[in-house]
Design a protein around this ligand. Structure first.
Ligand code: ZN
Length: 104
């Protein structure tokens, strides 16, 4: 794959134009999660390449070919990460509920 060099403004514009999943890029330091590699990357690390005259974006993680379709502000596909936001009391209830599966 041959990558293109674009200015920071161009890259931010491309990220915003191709933002399908609602990352809502405001700057290149902003990070998004990639479903493809299950990692977070900064907008500035996203790679740009050309396909039939169009500039397309690729995930900033090395060797990941994730596209804007795979990117999200929150890793919704990782329920365990989302649960970290749950208040302690609720987490406790969840722990009790899971007792049966925990006892071996
Ligand atoms: Zn990726």
């Amino acid at each position: 794959m041959k990558y293109e060099w674009v200015t920071e403004e161009q890259k931010l514009k491309l990220l915003q134009e191709q933002d399908i999943m609602g990352v809502e890029w405001t700057n290149l330091e902003q990070k998004a999660w990639c479903l493809h590699c299950n990692r977070q990357f900064a907008g500035k690390d996203a790679r740009v390449y050309r396909h039939r005259g169009d500039f397309l974006l690729e995930c900033g993680t090395p060797n990941c070919d994730g596209s804007p379709l795979d990117w999200a502000a929150e890793p919704w596909w990782r329920p365990s990460a989302a649960r970290q936001q749950v208040p302690p009391e609720l987490g406790d209830l969840q722990g009790r509920g899971g007792e049966r599966s925990c006892s071996k």
